[in-house]
Design a protein around this ligand. Structure first.
Ligand SMILES: Nc1ncnc2c1ncn2[C@@H]1O[C@H](COP(=O)(O)OP(=O)(O)OP(=O)(O)O)[C@@H](O)[C@H]1O
Length: 458
């Protein structure tokens, strides 16, 4: 075969494989970059060729564990080393890397070749196996949230009215959006209104809308949110705050599935699905006579309860990673994670503001953190109180405290292991404990570590 034909054939093969492939010359500049590499990294070939590979291929291994550098030094290929890259859009993509030295027919050194495989699907499966759930933007791996995630597709497929209960910041609106987004009409409008934020008459006109001339100042028709939600979802946040008069009007709308804008001569059909939410105990409000029982039953058809964050501490590391990834994407930053001591402080906090408070704490840490890792000093004072003096015994339920400490220790160990690629020697050194102590703790806490090369490390 002629030399030119051989080159064309090699190029055709490179373009047809679904793993990313790039080659570097002796100066570490990229000399070829296939189509799959463009897809996985989000960087176009024209932008990549001729650039130093570490500027294009921003990989977690680049700095200390560059596989290609190791191969070029040792002359030995590396097969499927795991790491992640930061795509051009800031998204983190898990990959596995294999490397080889490139030589011509006479054995002359040409450079190196790296192939990399997108492990996003594998990682998603792995997360599913480890009990992580995600619907829309809502993430959790708490057993307390599991029934909710299991029910969600069935609830989303129905048009039943839903009542979501949960403390402030637990994700009620996010859950409502997830139900809407997983339903039959995800592209239909999702219209939210906070019933606790508006005075009665304004809330009424916002909900029902009005016709021109309905009152002084009504110079033109204004459709209400019941109308604007169309065939989508109307989210009534803080439903527990509406006045008795408006409770009656709302009850009629739900019973008759129609509503009348102020000043209208006829009624309009209600097409939207209603999802209501409250941070109050609505049944207690009914018992106190402050919320109508008949309306309660109308909106209580499906009832979902979001547990507070302090009752699902195991979600904190996952949520922290989730928010770090989001802020990295939004702010074009490359923060890698939280140091174990910072994570331990986060797990020990009570979170009265729930997930929203955690999100704010991470956002604040992004402002203060100039390096790659969020540390304890980047957290606000209430989370890192100065060391206690005195010898007073801790008060409260001892078993709850023990449980919290175990969870705290579990998260600290897991995070440290993760940061050191599950290398026990390095993890023990970082934590300042002996390797056998680390091993004992792993056993005692029943930590399941990921299988690597078919072996399970524990
Ligand atoms: N499980 C979760 N996964 C990811 N993000 C979450 C989760 N729960 C809450 N959040 C985030 O926390 C913040 C607060 O959530 P949301 O507004 O849905 O809470 P809420 O219960 O409706 O609050 P409020 O009662 O104050 O109206 C949002 O930015 C949301 O994206």
């Amino acid at each position: 075969m002629a030399r030119r034909d051989r080159t064309d054939l090699t190029e055709a093969i490179l373009e047809s494989i679904c793993d990313g492939v790039f080659t570097v010359d002796a100066d570490w500049r990229i000399s070829s970059f296939n189509r799959a590499a463009e897809r996985i990294t989000g960087i176009r070939r024209e932008e990549a060729i001729g650039q130093p590979c570490s500027e294009v291929f921003r990989c977690s291994l680049c700095e200390n564990h560059c596989a290609l550098r190791e191969t070029l030094h040792s002359n030995k290929p590396i097969v499927q080393r795991e790491g992640f890259i930061i795509r051009a859009d800031g998204q983190q993509v898990p990959i596995s890397i294999s490397t080889a030295v490139l030589r011509d027919a006479s054995g002359r050194f040409l450079g190196g070749a790296e192939t990399f495989r997108d492990l996003s699907d594998v990682e998603a499966l792995r997360q599913a196996l480890h009990g992580q759930f995600r619907i829309g933007d809502l993430v959790s791996h708490s057993p307390r949230m599991q029934p909710l995630f299991e029910l969600l597709p069935t609830i989303a497929a129905s048009r039943a009215t839903v009542l979501i209960e949960g403390e402030t910041g637990t994700g009620k609106e996010l859950l409502a959006r997830a139900i809407h987004g997983s339903g039959a009409a995800p592209d239909a409008p999702f219209v939210a209104i906070n019933c606790g934020a508006l005075p009665d008459n304004l809330l009424e006109s916002e909900l029902f809308g009005y016709k021109k001339g309905a009152f002084t100042g009504a110079v033109q028709d204004k459709p209400g949110r019941l109308h604007r939600a169309g065939q989508g979802t109307l989210f009534l946040d803080e439903i527990g705050e509406i006045s008795p008069a408006l409770q009656v009007r709302l009850l009629r709308v739900l019973q008759e599935r129609q509503f009348e804008p102020l000043g209208a001569t006829g009624s309009e059909p209600l097409q939207a699905r209603i999802i209501a939410a409250t941070h109050r105990d609505l049944a207690a409000l009914v018992a106190d006579g402050r919320f109508r029982q008949d309306l309660f039953y109308r909106i209580h058809v499906v009832n979902l309860k979001l547990p507070p964050l302090r009752d699902r501490l195991e979600d904190i590391p996952l949520l922290v990673d989730h928010f770090i990834a989001r802020f990295n994407r939004l702010q074009k930053r490359h923060i890698q994670g939280c140091r174990p001591t910072a994570l331990a402080a986060l797990v020990s906090h009570d979170w009265p503001g729930n997930v929203r408070e955690l999100e704010n704490v991470i956002e604040r840490a992004f402002v203060l953190c100039q390096g790659d890792w969020i540390e304890r000093r980047h957290l606000p004072a209430p989370l890192v109180p100065p060391p206690q003096t005195g010898t007073a015994e801790p008060t409260g339920d001892a078993s709850a405290l023990r449980q919290l400490n175990a969870e705290h220790e579990r998260q600290t160990l897991l995070s440290a292991l993760q940061q050191h690629g599950y290398n026990r020697q390095a993890t023990a050194a970082a934590l300042g404990i002996h390797k056998t102590t680390l091993y004992r703790k792993i056993q005692a806490l029943g930590l399941e570590l990921p299988a690597i090369d078919g072996r399970r490390r524990s």
